[in-house]
Design a protein around this ligand. Structure first.
Ligand code: FAD
Length: 388
C-alpha cells in the first residue's frame, strides 16, 4: 500500500525519515523552506552515537559511508581552568567509534543522496481531518493534501500547532557562536590548544567551548547565563518576534567581540584568543520545549526531532531526530492500510516520547551543571560521562 506521505523539514530528522522510506521503495514528498541545500551555513560538527545516530544511518544503508567520512579522533576532549591549566585531557582509543564527529554539511549531503527534495517550500499551516486528508498550506499560497504529514521542521515548527499548543521557552542560557578558518596554518597555537577534538573552559555561569570541524575549521561557542531581553545586549534589534528568534541574529562583529571579551575578562590569554580571532558572531539563545512533551494523538499528523522535543544542545538532539526518522519510516513502510498506518504512528509516538523524555531530563540537568555558579560541577559531569 502506497500512502501519500509528506515530511516538512530537510534537517537530520526529515532527511533520515525520507532516506529510509526511499530504501524501502516508498514514495515521500520532502518539503524544505530553504531555497537550496547551501542557502545557510550548515552549522557545527555533530557526534553520532552508536545506538542512536549511527543506528539510524545503518537503517538507511549509509553506515559504511558515514564511517569513511566521520572523525573518530574528534571525540578527544580537553578541559582547561580559566587560567589555562589543563584539568583533563581525554583521548579516544584508536579503535573507538562510539561517538565520531561529522560536519553537518557532510551529513546532509550523505542523507540527501538520491532524494528529490522540494526546496523553497515553506509550510505555514497543517490542517488535519479534511475530506481529502491532511491539508498543508504553503507560504506561496498553494496547498496540497496527504495521508500523513510528518513535522520535522525544528524548534519553531509550523506543523506542531496541529497537535500541540506547546511552544519553546528560554533556558536562561545564551550561546554566541563564532568560527576560525584554516586554524592549523593561521592560528597554530590555537590549533594545538584545541587538539583533534574539543577544548572547554568552565567559569562561573559561563563557558567557552571550541570544537574542530573538518578542513581546519573551528566553531567556538561562548555560553553564559543572561535574561532573554538584553541577554546579548549586543546588537539586539527592537521588536524581535518568534520568526526573528528562529533565524539567528547576526550582530556587529567588533561590538560583540568586545562585549564577550569583557564578559570573559581575566581568563587566560590563549583562551580569549578564540574570541579575538573569531569571524562572524551568531546569537543562539537556547530554547527548549517542556521536558516530556507529549500530545493527544491526531490521525494523519506527527512530529519528529526538535519539533517534538527541543532540548539543550548536549549531543543528543540530532541523534534522536535521526533514529526517530528511521524508526517511523520503517513502521510506515510496513503499514498495509490506513488503520495500520495510524496504529504504526501511535506506537511510534509512545516510543519516541519515552526515549526523548529520558534525554530531555539528562540534557536539562546537564545544562544546569555546565553553565553553573560552581564550575567544578562541569568537571564532575565530564568525569561521570567520559570513559576513563
Ligand atoms: C550549537 C549546537 C550544537 C549541537 N550539537 C549537537 C551534537 O553534537 N549532537 C546532536 O545530536 N545534536 C546537536 N545539536 C542539536 C541538533 O542540532 C538538533 O537537535 C537537530 O538539528 C534537530 O534536527 P531536526 O531535523 O529535528 O531539526 P533541524 O535541524 O532544525 O531541521 C529543521 C529543518 O526544517 C526546515 N524548516 C523549518 N521550518 C520550516 C517550514 N515552515 N517549512 C518547511 N521547512 C521548514 C529548516 O529549514 C530545517 O532544514 C546541537 C545544537 C546546537 C544549537
Amino acid at each position: 500500500m502506497r500512502h501519500r506521505i509528506a515530511v516538512v523539514g530537510g534537517g537530520p530528522a526529515g532527511l533520515t525519515f525520507a532516506r529510509v522510506l526511499h530504501r524501502h521503495d516508498h514514495p515521500v514528498t520532502v518539503l524544505e523552506r530553504d531555497p537550496a541545500p547551501d542557502a545557510r551555513p550548515p552549522g557545527g560538527t555533530l557526534d553520532l552515537h552508536v545506538k542512536l545516530g549511527q543506528l539510524a544511518l545503518d537503517k538507511a544503508g549509509l553506515l559504511a559511508e558515514f564511517q569513511a567520512l566521520s572523525r573518530p579522533e574528534g571525540q578527544a576532549m580537553r578541559i582547561l581552568d580559566t587560567d589555562g591549566t589543563v584539568l583533563r585531557d581525554w583521548q579516544p582509543r584508536p579503535d573507538d567509534r562510539a561517538n565520531p564527529e561529522i560536519d553537518r554539511g557532510q551529513l546532509r549531503d550523505l542523507l540527501l543522496g538520491p532524494l528529490d527534495v522540494q526546496w523553497g517550500r515553506g509550510v505555514t499551516e497543517v490542517v488535519p481531518g479534511t475530506r481529502d486528508g491532511v491539508l498543508v498550506r504553503f507560504a506561496d499560497g498553494r496547498q496540497e493534501t496527504f495521508d500523513l504529514v510528518v513535522g520535522a521542521d525544528g524548534a519553531w515548527s509550523r506543523v506542531r500547532p496541529a497537535v500541540s499548543s506547546a511552544t519553546p521557552h528560554y533556558t536562561g542560557v545564551t550561546l554566541v557562536e563564532t568560527s576560525l578558518d584554516d586554524v592549523d596554518t593561521r592560528h597554530p597555537d590555537l590549533a594545538r590548544l584545541i587538539g583533534d577534538g574539543s577544548v572547554a573552559v568552565y567559569g562561573v555561569n559561563r563557558a567557552l567551548v571550541a570544537q574542530r570541524n573538518s578542513g581546519g575549521h573551528v566553531k567556538v561557542y561562548a555560553q553564559f547565563r543572561a535574561p532573554l531581553d538584553g541577554h546579548t545586549n549586543l546588537d539586539r534589534r527592537a521588536g524581535l518576534d518568534v520568526a526573528d528568534v528562529e533565524t539567528d541574529v547576526e550582530a556587529d562583529v567588533e561590538t560583540v567581540r568586545s562585549r564577550l571579551l569583557a564578559l570573559f575578562d581575566g581568563w587566560a590569554a590563549p583562551v580569549l584568543d578564540l574570541l579575538r580571532h573569531g569571524t562572524a558572531f551568531v546569537h543562539r539563545p537556547l530554547h527548549v520545549l517542556p521536558v516530556s512533551h507529549t500530545w493527544t494523538h491526531v490521525p494523519g499528523v506527527t512530529l519528529l526531532g526538535d519539533a517534538a522535543h527541543l532540548m539543550p544542545p548536549l549531543g543528543a538532539g540530532a541523534n534522536l531526530a535521526m533514529l526517530e526518522g528511521a524508526e517511523l519510516a520503517e513502521s510506515v513502510a510496513a503499514a498495509r492500510g490506513p488503520e495500520d498506518l495510524d496504529e504504526a504512528v501511535r506506537a511510534f509516538e509512545e516510543q519516541m516520547w519515552a526515549r526523548a523524555g529520558r534525554w530531555a531530563k539528562i540534557t536539562t540537568a546537564g545544562l544546569e551543571r555546565l553553565v553553573s555558579p560552581d564550575p567544578t560541577e562541569a568537571i564532575a559531569l565530564f568525569d561521570e560521562v567520559q570513559p576513563s
